[in-house]
Design a binder for this molecule. Structure first.
Ligand code: PLP
Length: 463
């Protein structure tokens, strides 16, 4: 064994003994160790590059070790690396102002920003905002939706697997079918369905006996509808625009707020600053995280319409976390927002995404018995892995391709490569691709070449 390989073996042994298995590391056996990163690549202990098509679940949109963002972090380390969040510093205020001003321009309403650390924590804060404003603690959310793993976020996340071992969730969301047209829950076709699924939701309000609405009091038992404009963990499912326009109408008529979870899709992943802009509706609350700091010191937060978050309604101390709005995070966030404002990321992301999607379509043609669907919006792309019939989910093949990519024994231009993929979807048969915004045409071509090698290898081994 090489020294590097024996060091990795020792590390894995220590990990087996002392690390909890409760996170997602052991989705792969043995877990994968990386020692370096740059741009669109991760590197293992042998120096083998792995082209990363998931970029930390869309957190590192500007690529690893982005020089400008690293410099912003280093400057802040030398200037104001620590500050309790009860005191103010300039970057926090500037980040909040930029986000609020953007929303005001885009949605025509003034609002305010509240920071936290991780995405799930910001979701918790948004639940407080909704409860405080509406006096209601129940929420609608979508099947296939994912809002995080704290208890509050798990309650509105549809997957029962995430809740099963943790007792009763009194505030469990009421889950409504997401418009996932490739796998329409009603078995309909988009060309002729007239958004039947939205009608089904709207009809819940026809009678008090459908359990959500009291027509006499004109009161709904649910405070907000939590949406993802493009589902992330659910498999980068891209919905029809009309669905959400009708949803907005139904929610308005019944005084239900719309909370838009942009944690995975925000900051241009889909070619617009917020993914919800693709749907032509205005949300009441937006929750964000991940890409705001490109995977460096995390900060998350929410934007809420002014009347939901006035200082009178949401006074000092309403919610708090020690590391929220930490100075290292806000410094990077401010630089991220500057970068997003300096170039036309709508154009950049859409052009790169269109090229990637066209190449994915070619890949699908080469592997019609393994790829049921490819789709994309901006640089949020999906490959749905299916059995020979092009529809039945093939989770086994998906897992095999994922694991083979991480072996680092693919080949391109006479050198070894690996491929980093992320698996999502209702049936865990979707590769959710969120490549770096810095990805080049050559790297996209390399991605297709490596995917082609993986599909060829793993389909041949199918039983
Ligand atoms: C849409 C969405 N909401 C919430 C979360 C939870 O964020 P975090 O993992 O930072 O707690 C995620 C994470 O993947 C997400 O994709």
């Amino acid at each position: 064994m090489t020294t590097a390989a024996s060091q990795t073996a020792e590390l894995l042994e220590l990990e087996r003994q002392y690390c909890s298995f409760g996170d997602t590391v052991h989705y792969l056996e043995p877990p994968k160790v990386f020692v370096n990163c740059e741009g669109s690549y991760l590197y293992d202990e042998e120096g083998t590059p792995y082209l990363d098509l998931q970029m930390w679940y869309s957190a590192a949109s500007f690529g690893y070790k982005n020089p400008r963002l690293s410099a912003a972090l280093k400057n802040q380390i030398d200037r104001l690396p620590q500050l309790a969040c009860q005191y103010l510093h300039a970057e926090k205020v500037e980040v909040a102002a930029r986000i609020a001003q953007y929303c005001e321009k885009r949605f025509g309403v003034k609002g305010r920003v509240h920071f936290n650390v991780g995405g799930s924590q910001a979701i918790e804060d948004s639940l407080k905002i909704v409860r405080n404003y509406t006096g209601r603690n129940l929420m609608f959310a979508f099947t296939g939706g994912y809002h995080g793993r704290t208890l509050g976020a798990s309650a509105i996340t549809s997957s029962y697997r995430y809740r099963r071992r943790y007792g009763h969730f009194g505030d469990r969301g009421q889950f409504i079918h997401y418009p996932y047209c490739f796998r329409c829950p009603y078995g309909l076709k988009r060309e002729s369905c007239d958004i039947y699924c939205q009608d089904q939701f709207a009809r819940l309000f026809d009678s008090e006996y459908y359990s959500v609405w009291d027509p006499k009091a004109e009161a709904c038992e649910y405070g907000a509808f939590y949406i993802e404009a493009v589902q992330g963990t659910g498999g980068y499912v891209i919905p029809p625009r009309e669905y959400f326009q009708r949803l907005r109408g139904t929610c308005d008529r019944h005084k239900i707020l719309i909370v838009d979870d942009e944690i995975q899709m925000g900051f241009y992943r889909t070619g617009t600053f917020w993914a919800v802009e693709n749907l032509g509706i205005n949300p009441d609350v937006i929750v964000f995280g991940k890409a705001l700091t490109n995977g460096l010191n995390p900060i998350s937060g929410l934007w809420a319409r002014e009347d939901l978050i006035t200082p009178e309604l949401f006074p000092p101390g309403s919610t708090h976390s020690t590391f929220s709005a930490n100075t290292l995070g806000t410094a990077v966030a401010l630089e991220t927002l500057r970068m997003l404002g300096e170039e036309d990321y709508g154009k950049i992301v859409n052009e790169k995404g269109a090229y990637f999607l066209a190449r994915l379509r070619e890949l699908q043609q080469r592997h019609p018995k393994a790829i049921g669907q490819v789709d994309g919006i901006g640089l949020a792309l999906r490959i749905e892995v299916c059995r020979e019939d092009g529809f039945t989910p093939d989770r086994e093949l998906t897992d095999r391709i994922f694991a083979e990519g991480l072996k680092g024994d693919l080949e391109a231009g006479g050198r070894p490569f690996g491929l980093v993929l992320d698996v999502g979807g209702y049936f865990k048969n979707v590769f959710t691709l969120s490549p770096s915004f810095t990805i080049t045409r050559e790297e996209t071509d390399l991605a297709i070449d490596l995917l082609d090698q993986l599909f060829t290898r793993c389909v041949a081994a199918r039983n």
